[in-house]
Design a protein around this ligand. Structure first.
Ligand SMILES: [Fe+2]
Ligand SMILES: [Fe+2]
Length: 203
């Protein structure tokens, strides 16, 4: 199966495609996009570390996410290298409205497995949306090196998306996971619909 076909099956759980106006303005503003992207990779690594610490008794989760932390940090390093090459200053983190909105949907309370399911599904969604956006950037960016860079990251984030969903279905009844995943997907589509389209944000 080609990459395109497999991503269609794996990734297009997303209910709403990114507004094409985003990539039109984002690819013209690559300095800000790269800085925001660096912080997205940092947050991805931090989020996996938190899962490992807070859910240390879930051995397969720890074993699966430990190398993902290294991969996300590797992505961070690669974004930093692109910034250095282009002499773009790093700068401070920006408010991440997308992640703030998603966090508000995390259901509090319940068993530890219920809590874990919420975090795994939220992380899976962030991976899916990032993957979709990296794909758009890889197609629209003029710079050949960045096209390749975003294509490679798209492939990597697709793998993480699968990791998170597989883990959720390992620890929680898959039917419950599927029902909650549907709610998360619907909520994420609403978030995307209402988020301001900005040239300086990855999401
Ligand atoms: Fe990443
Ligand atoms: Fe990732």
């Amino acid at each position: 199966m080609s990459w395109e076909e497999s991503t269609k099956q794996k990734m297009l759980h997303l209910q709403l495609p990114t507004d094409p106006r985003w990539v039109d303005i984002a690819h013209m503003n690559i300095g800000d996009i790269l800085v925001d992207h660096a912080y997205c990779e940092q947050k991805a690594a931090s989020s996996c570390i938190s899962l490992i610490v807070n859910f240390h008794e879930f051995t397969e989760l720890v074993d699966t996410l430990t190398p993902v932390v290294a991969e996300e940090w590797g992505h961070f390093e690669r974004v930093m290298e692109q910034l250095r090459k282009r002499e773009i200053p790093f700068g401070k983190p920006r408010k991440d409205e997308y992640v703030i909105k998603l966090s508000q949907f995390v259901r509090k309370g319940g068993s530890k497995v219920m809590q874990l399911t919420e975090y795994l599904l939220m992380n899976a969604l962030i991976e899916a949306r990032s993957c979709e956006r990296f794909k758009l950037l890889s197609k629209e960016i003029q710079d050949g090196e960045l096209q390749k860079f975003y294509y490679e990251l798209m492939v990597s984030e697709a793998g993480h998306f699968v990791n998170f969903l597989d883990l959720a279905r390992k620890y929680q009844d898959p039917e419950k996971v599927n029902a909650r995943w549907k709610e998360w997907l619907e909520y994420e589509a609403e978030v995307i619909k209402n988020l301001e389209i900005r040239a300086d944000r990855m999401h």
